[in-house]
Design a protein around this ligand. Sequence first.
Ligand SMILES: NC(=O)c1ccc[n+]([C@@H]2O[C@H](COP(=O)([O-])OP(=O)(O)OC[C@H]3O[C@@H](n4cnc5c(N)ncnc54)[C@H](O)[C@@H]3O)[C@@H](O)[C@H]2O)c1
Length: 332
Amino acid sequence: MTNFFHEQFNGRTVLITGGLGFIGSNLARRLVALGARVLLVDSLIPKYGGNIANIAGIETAVRVNIADVRDEHGMRYLVQGQDFIFNLAGQVSHLDSMTDPYTDLEINARSQLSILEACRHGNPAAKIIFASTRQIYGKPSYLPVDEQHPLQPVDVNGINKLAGEWYHIVYHNVYGLPTVSLRLTNTYGPRMRVKDARQTFLGWWIRQLLEGQTLQIYGDGRQLRDFNYVDDAVEALLLAATREEANGQIYNLGGDDPISLLDLAELMIAIQGRGRYEIIPFPPDRKQIDIGDYYGDYRKIRSELGWQPRTTLREGLTRTLAYFSEKLPAYL
Ligand SMILES: NC(=O)c1ccc[n+]([C@@H]2O[C@H](COP(=O)([O-])OP(=O)(O)OC[C@H]3O[C@@H](n4cnc5c(N)ncnc54)[C@H](O)[C@@H]3O)[C@@H](O)[C@H]2O)c1
C-alpha cells in the first residue's frame, strides 16, 4: 500500500485544515513521508486540539498557516492549487457545543460550506475528504450501526457535523466536486488531546493514568465503544482520497471487538502496570447527551475500498501510553 500511496501523493499538493490537531498532524507526517507538499491550516485556538508540538520533526518539511477556517477570504486563497484537501478542522467538544452552540455552528457547518464554495469557484478539481463522526447517529437504534442507520444526533455538535457532511455530499451531487465523507469513531493515539475531559474521555484517562490519578467511569461502566488507532484512521483517509469510486460516498470507520469502559480502564491499567479507577454517577450535563452503547459496522469501506483496522487496542494503547510517558509536558 505504501508504494501505491507514494505514487499517488509524491509531489502532489495537500491542504489539511486542522493540520496541527491530533489526526491532522498524524496524517501530515504520513504525507510528508510519501513525498507530498503539505500545507497545514490551523487556528491554534488555545482550548482546541491544535499543538505545534504535534509537528516536531517535520516542521521544516511542511508549510504552516495559522488561519481560521471561518475566514472566508483567507480560505478562498488557501484552497487554490491544492490537489487534495483533508477537511479536519473542527470544534470537537460535545459539551461545548451545548454551552456555545453558535461557535460550533460557525466552525462545523458554515465554514464547511464556505470551503466548498471556495473550491467550487477556485479549485473544483480538488479532492476533498471530510472527517465526519459517528456522533451524528445519536443513540443507536440497533448495533452495529451501519450507514443506513437513522441520523438522530443528541447534541448540537452532531447536528452541525451532519450539516457539514451533507454540504460535501450535495456539492458532489450537484456541482460534481470530488468529495467523500468518513464517519470516524473514537480515534486515539499519539498527539491526541489529553489536557482535560472536554473532548474525549480516553485522552483524559491517559493523562490521569500517567499522573497517578484515579480514572473516573460514569454510570455502570458497561457502555460499549469501538476504537480506531490513529494510523488506521489515517490509512482510511488516504484510501478515500485516492479512490475515485469513493467520490460522493459516505463510509463508516469502526473498530473490531467493542469494549466496555470498565474493561478499557482495566486494560490500560494492565498495560501501564499501575493505576486505579472508580465508578461514579453520570454528571447531569453528560448524561443528557450520552449515547449508551455504540459500535460501528464498517463493511462498506472494507468491501469497496479494502480498508480495515490493523492495530489491536492493546498494541495501540501501548504505543500511545509510551508516547505520552515521554511527551506529556508538551500537552498540558
Ligand atoms: N478524534 C476522534 O475520535 C474523532 C471522532 C470523530 C470525528 N472526528 C473528527 O476529526 C476531525 C479531527 O479531529 P481531532 O481528533 O484531530 O481533533 P483536534 O481537536 O485535535 O483537531 C482539530 C483541529 O482543528 C483546529 N481548528 C478548530 N477550529 C478551527 C478553526 N476555526 N479554524 C482552523 N482550525 C481550527 C484545531 O486547532 C485543531 O488543531 C474533527 O473534525 C473531528 O470532528 C474525530
